[in-house]
Design a protein around this ligand. Structure first.
Ligand SMILES: [Fe+2]
Ligand SMILES: [Fe+2]
Length: 304
């Protein structure tokens, strides 16, 4: 497919699968049981992560402007057009996810349903768009790969949450988000593959930035990312029999994508993908805040 065919395909898939947000008025909220309320209480940082899709897009443009200033060629810049176009589609969808989670979380924490009206726009802009200055972990290639591989985590997380909650309307709302995330995996995979195939230089640079792209979640742009990772990890790994179940699912998916993107040039086995992921989780354990540092190992300085 040409890059334009890919972006058009995933744009119309977004249109066709657009779910009714019911004007963000969920009259079933009072029916939620204690179990469901307990799970929703763990999702405040996930709400932040969804909204920070805006910061991810802002930093993405920022990185391209920086690359151009450093002499990245016009032809290589132009190859990114469909990915920038898709960024516009995805930011809107992540915003919808953030609004759903924001409403749910506000209701279970203080009983109110005026989340949208009560949100201060200036505060919102600072927390979710202009929040990345201290967290510039990526170059252009590791960042697009992070966007792609993070959607694997998002999809698997929502899959687990949908399985756990009781209320059918809550299940539906979260399943809508899960389905969007799964479509995002497919779209970023196809668009990144088009990019890699457009010029050998893209492939070379993508491989050089792969380790970070495979591991760092693009939601690391926002302040509460590591707090959320630690808070939600039990939702992931408390499956009865096999504690590694979700990690295995994630590694399998990531490996499949690596094979699709890089073919015989893929440097990692499925086992290595899993080891890299577990190593990252081990480093993140117990931390709530981080920032970029030249000196820190892997450039992540944990500050809380
Ligand atoms: Fe999302
Ligand atoms: Fe997504």
């Amino acid at each position: 497919m040409s890059g334009l065919e890919t972006i058009v395909k995933f744009s119309y898939l977004s249109d066709e699968n657009r779910w009714d947000a019911k004007r963000y008025q969920f009259d079933w909220l009072p029916e939620l049981d204690e179990h469901d309320r307990g799970i929703i209480k763990l999702l405040d940082c996930l709400r932040d992560g969804e909204f920070s899709g805006q910061a991810s897009a802002a930093q993405f443009h920022d990185l391209m402007i920086q690359a151009k200033a450093e002499g990245y060629s016009d032809d290589l810049v132009a190859d990114w057009a469909p990915l920038f176009s898709y960024m516009n589609v995805i930011v809107y969808e992540e915003m919808r996810h953030g609004l759903v989670l924001g409403l749910l979380h506000q209701y279970v924490t203080d009983g109110n349903t005026d989340f949208i009206a009560a949100t201060n726009v200036r505060e919102f802009g600072k927390r979710y768009i202009w929040c990345y200055e201290e967290r510039r972990y990526w170059d252009l290639y590791s960042y697009i790969l992070s966007h792609l591989f993070s959607e694997v985590i998002n999809t698997e997380l929502y899959r687990d949450v949908v399985t756990r909650v009781h209320h059918p309307a809550l299940k539906d709302a979260l399943a809508n988000v899960r389905n969007d995330e799964a479509r995002h995996i497919a779209a970023w995979t196809a668009l990144t593959k088009d990019l890699i195939n457009a010029d050998p230089e893209h492939k070379r640079r993508a491989l050089a930035s792969l380790e970070r792209g495979l591991t760092y979640h693009n939601a690391m742009v926002h302040e509460t990312y590591f707090e959320g990772l630690n808070k939600m990890l039990p939702l992931f790994i408390s499956e009865q029999k096999n504690k590694l179940g979700p990690i295995k699912r994630i590694s399998k998916q990531k490996f499949r994508i690596l094979e699709e993107l890089f073919g015989s040039d893929n440097p990692y086995s499925e086992t290595e993908v899993q080891q890299i992921h577990l190593l990252y989780l081990g480093k993140a354990a117990g931390h709530t805040r981080a920032r970029y540092s030249e000196e820190a190992e892997a450039n992540i300085e944990f500050i809380a």
